[in-house]
Design a protein around this ligand. Structure first.
Ligand code: GDP
Length: 197
Protein backbone atom coordinates (compact mmCIF):
# COMPACT_ATOMS: atom_id res chain seq x y z
CA UNK A 1 0.00 0.00 0.00
CA UNK A 2 1.18 3.51 -0.74
CA UNK A 3 2.80 5.39 2.11
CA UNK A 4 1.09 8.44 0.68
CA UNK A 5 -2.43 7.13 0.03
CA UNK A 6 -4.08 10.53 -0.17
CA UNK A 7 -1.68 12.22 -2.55
CA UNK A 8 -3.37 14.55 -5.00
CA UNK A 9 -2.51 17.16 -7.58
CA UNK A 10 -3.04 20.62 -6.08
CA UNK A 11 -2.17 23.28 -8.62
CA UNK A 12 0.21 24.55 -11.28
CA UNK A 13 1.84 27.88 -10.53
CA UNK A 14 3.01 30.35 -13.16
CA UNK A 15 3.76 33.04 -10.57
CA UNK A 16 4.71 33.08 -6.86
CA UNK A 17 1.33 34.60 -6.03
CA UNK A 18 -0.24 31.30 -7.11
CA UNK A 19 1.84 29.17 -4.72
CA UNK A 20 -0.08 27.48 -1.92
CA UNK A 21 0.26 29.13 1.51
CA UNK A 22 3.78 28.86 2.95
CA UNK A 23 2.87 26.55 5.83
CA UNK A 24 3.92 23.02 6.71
CA UNK A 25 6.62 21.31 4.67
CA UNK A 26 7.41 20.80 1.03
CA UNK A 27 10.18 19.15 -1.00
CA UNK A 28 11.09 20.17 -4.56
CA UNK A 29 11.97 17.68 -7.32
CA UNK A 30 14.19 18.89 -10.15
CA UNK A 31 16.28 17.43 -12.95
CA UNK A 32 17.28 17.72 -16.57
CA UNK A 33 14.55 16.79 -19.01
CA UNK A 34 14.50 13.03 -19.49
CA UNK A 35 16.61 12.36 -16.36
CA UNK A 36 13.84 10.17 -14.96
CA UNK A 37 12.16 12.67 -12.61
CA UNK A 38 8.55 11.74 -13.38
CA UNK A 39 9.33 8.05 -13.04
CA UNK A 40 11.05 8.75 -9.71
CA UNK A 41 8.10 10.73 -8.33
CA UNK A 42 5.69 8.03 -9.42
CA UNK A 43 7.81 5.22 -7.95
CA UNK A 44 8.45 6.99 -4.64
CA UNK A 45 4.79 7.84 -4.16
CA UNK A 46 3.61 4.54 -5.68
CA UNK A 47 1.23 6.36 -7.98
CA UNK A 48 1.80 5.17 -11.46
CA UNK A 49 0.88 8.25 -13.38
CA UNK A 50 0.90 11.03 -10.85
CA UNK A 51 3.73 13.03 -12.37
CA UNK A 52 2.24 12.67 -15.84
CA UNK A 53 0.06 15.60 -14.80
CA UNK A 54 3.16 17.79 -14.91
CA UNK A 55 3.80 16.71 -18.49
CA UNK A 56 0.42 17.64 -19.87
CA UNK A 57 0.48 20.48 -22.40
CA UNK A 58 0.61 23.86 -20.73
CA UNK A 59 2.07 22.54 -17.49
CA UNK A 60 5.63 21.65 -18.47
CA UNK A 61 7.00 25.11 -17.75
CA UNK A 62 5.10 25.54 -14.51
CA UNK A 63 5.69 24.51 -10.92
CA UNK A 64 3.31 21.67 -10.13
CA UNK A 65 2.32 21.15 -6.49
CA UNK A 66 1.08 17.82 -5.13
CA UNK A 67 -0.29 17.33 -1.65
CA UNK A 68 0.90 14.15 0.08
CA UNK A 69 -0.97 14.87 3.30
CA UNK A 70 -2.32 18.06 4.86
CA UNK A 71 0.45 20.69 4.76
CA UNK A 72 2.90 18.21 3.20
CA UNK A 73 3.71 18.83 -0.45
CA UNK A 74 6.06 17.96 -3.25
CA UNK A 75 6.79 20.47 -5.98
CA UNK A 76 7.66 19.22 -9.45
CA UNK A 77 9.93 21.74 -11.18
CA UNK A 78 10.21 22.13 -14.97
CA UNK A 79 12.84 19.90 -16.61
CA UNK A 80 15.91 21.85 -17.65
CA UNK A 81 19.04 21.43 -19.69
CA UNK A 82 17.86 21.24 -23.27
CA UNK A 83 19.85 23.73 -25.27
CA UNK A 84 16.79 24.60 -27.29
CA UNK A 85 14.79 25.85 -24.32
CA UNK A 86 14.37 29.47 -25.30
CA UNK A 87 16.07 31.98 -23.03
CA UNK A 88 12.69 33.66 -22.74
CA UNK A 89 11.23 30.53 -21.10
CA UNK A 90 14.13 30.23 -18.70
CA UNK A 91 13.94 33.82 -17.59
CA UNK A 92 10.25 33.23 -16.97
CA UNK A 93 10.70 30.41 -14.52
CA UNK A 94 13.95 31.49 -12.83
CA UNK A 95 12.15 34.03 -10.60
CA UNK A 96 9.60 31.33 -9.79
CA UNK A 97 12.15 28.91 -8.45
CA UNK A 98 13.94 31.72 -6.59
CA UNK A 99 10.67 32.49 -4.83
CA UNK A 100 10.24 28.80 -4.03
CA UNK A 101 13.74 28.50 -2.55
CA UNK A 102 13.06 31.28 -0.10
CA UNK A 103 9.89 29.73 1.31
CA UNK A 104 10.04 28.65 4.96
CA UNK A 105 8.22 25.45 4.10
CA UNK A 106 10.80 24.33 1.51
CA UNK A 107 12.73 21.64 3.38
CA UNK A 108 15.02 20.53 0.59
CA UNK A 109 15.55 19.53 -3.00
CA UNK A 110 15.55 16.11 -4.63
CA UNK A 111 17.75 16.35 -7.69
CA UNK A 112 17.30 13.64 -10.29
CA UNK A 113 20.40 12.91 -12.35
CA UNK A 114 20.65 10.40 -15.20
CA UNK A 115 23.29 7.89 -14.05
CA UNK A 116 24.80 7.69 -17.49
CA UNK A 117 25.44 11.43 -17.55
CA UNK A 118 26.42 11.98 -13.93
CA UNK A 119 26.23 15.39 -12.26
CA UNK A 120 26.44 18.21 -14.82
CA UNK A 121 27.02 21.94 -14.56
CA UNK A 122 23.28 22.54 -14.92
CA UNK A 123 22.68 20.26 -11.93
CA UNK A 124 25.24 22.20 -9.91
CA UNK A 125 23.42 25.42 -10.71
CA UNK A 126 20.28 23.93 -9.21
CA UNK A 127 22.19 22.94 -6.08
CA UNK A 128 23.36 26.52 -5.71
CA UNK A 129 19.80 27.65 -6.17
CA UNK A 130 18.80 25.61 -3.13
CA UNK A 131 20.55 28.27 -1.02
CA UNK A 132 22.12 25.84 1.44
CA UNK A 133 18.95 23.82 1.98
CA UNK A 134 19.58 20.06 1.94
CA UNK A 135 19.90 18.43 -1.47
CA UNK A 136 19.43 14.70 -2.08
CA UNK A 137 20.67 13.46 -5.44
CA UNK A 138 19.03 10.41 -7.01
CA UNK A 139 21.38 8.80 -9.51
CA UNK A 140 18.50 7.54 -11.61
CA UNK A 141 18.34 4.66 -14.12
CA UNK A 142 21.11 2.94 -12.13
CA UNK A 143 19.89 -0.34 -13.64
CA UNK A 144 21.73 0.71 -16.80
CA UNK A 145 25.11 0.56 -15.08
CA UNK A 146 27.16 -2.41 -13.95
CA UNK A 147 28.47 -2.70 -10.41
CA UNK A 148 31.86 -1.14 -11.15
CA UNK A 149 30.24 1.81 -12.95
CA UNK A 150 27.88 2.32 -10.00
CA UNK A 151 30.78 2.48 -7.55
CA UNK A 152 32.64 4.93 -9.76
CA UNK A 153 29.58 7.09 -10.25
CA UNK A 154 28.88 7.28 -6.53
CA UNK A 155 32.47 8.27 -5.86
CA UNK A 156 32.52 10.94 -8.57
CA UNK A 157 29.18 12.36 -7.51
CA UNK A 158 30.25 12.55 -3.86
CA UNK A 159 33.41 14.42 -4.89
CA UNK A 160 31.52 16.85 -7.04
CA UNK A 161 28.69 17.62 -4.66
CA UNK A 162 28.73 20.27 -1.98
CA UNK A 163 28.48 19.56 1.72
CA UNK A 164 24.74 20.03 1.95
CA UNK A 165 24.15 17.23 -0.58
CA UNK A 166 23.71 13.49 -0.14
CA UNK A 167 23.44 10.97 -2.92
CA UNK A 168 22.21 7.46 -3.70
CA UNK A 169 21.68 5.05 -6.59
CA UNK A 170 18.12 4.87 -7.82
CA UNK A 171 16.06 3.02 -10.40
CA UNK A 172 12.33 3.43 -10.80
CA UNK A 173 12.19 0.49 -13.17
CA UNK A 174 14.20 -1.94 -11.06
CA UNK A 175 13.11 -0.51 -7.71
CA UNK A 176 16.63 0.29 -6.59
CA UNK A 177 16.90 2.71 -3.66
CA UNK A 178 13.16 3.33 -3.31
CA UNK A 179 13.07 2.88 0.45
CA UNK A 180 16.09 5.08 1.00
CA UNK A 181 14.52 7.85 -1.08
CA UNK A 182 11.20 7.56 0.74
CA UNK A 183 12.94 7.75 4.10
CA UNK A 184 14.72 10.97 3.18
CA UNK A 185 11.50 12.48 1.84
CA UNK A 186 9.54 11.56 4.96
CA UNK A 187 12.28 12.71 7.28
CA UNK A 188 12.43 16.12 5.64
CA UNK A 189 8.67 16.53 5.54
CA UNK A 190 8.33 15.71 9.22
CA UNK A 191 11.04 18.14 10.32
CA UNK A 192 9.89 21.17 12.21
CA UNK A 193 10.48 24.51 10.54
CA UNK A 194 13.63 26.06 11.90
CA UNK A 195 13.24 29.73 12.72
CA UNK A 196 14.98 32.05 10.26
CA UNK A 197 18.36 33.27 11.51
P1 GDP B 1 11.67 13.12 -16.89
O1 GDP B 1 11.63 13.82 -18.21
O2 GDP B 1 12.88 13.51 -16.09
O3 GDP B 1 10.41 13.24 -16.10
O4 GDP B 1 11.92 11.56 -17.22
P2 GDP B 1 10.90 10.33 -17.34
O5 GDP B 1 10.56 9.79 -16.00
O6 GDP B 1 9.79 10.69 -18.24
O7 GDP B 1 11.87 9.24 -18.03
C1 GDP B 1 12.57 9.53 -19.22
C2 GDP B 1 12.94 8.23 -19.91
O8 GDP B 1 13.78 7.46 -19.07
C3 GDP B 1 11.73 7.34 -20.20
O9 GDP B 1 11.94 6.73 -21.45
C4 GDP B 1 11.74 6.33 -19.07
O10 GDP B 1 11.18 5.09 -19.43
C5 GDP B 1 13.23 6.18 -18.81
N1 GDP B 1 13.46 5.81 -17.39
C6 GDP B 1 12.96 6.42 -16.29
N2 GDP B 1 13.36 5.79 -15.17
C7 GDP B 1 14.11 4.73 -15.55
C8 GDP B 1 14.79 3.69 -14.85
O11 GDP B 1 14.77 3.57 -13.62
N3 GDP B 1 15.51 2.80 -15.61
C9 GDP B 1 15.57 2.90 -16.97
N4 GDP B 1 16.30 2.00 -17.62
N5 GDP B 1 14.92 3.85 -17.67
C10 GDP B 1 14.20 4.77 -16.98
Amino acid sequence: MSRFPDIRFMLSAAAPAQFPPDVGGEVAFAGRSNAGKSSAINAITQRRSLARTSKTPGRTQLLNFFELAPERRIVDLPGYGYADVPQQERSKWAPLIDALASRDSLRGLFLIVDSRRGVTAADEELIEWAQGKPVHVLLAKADKLNRRECTELLRNAAQRLSVNATTQLFSAHEKIGLEEARRVLELWLEQKNTPAT
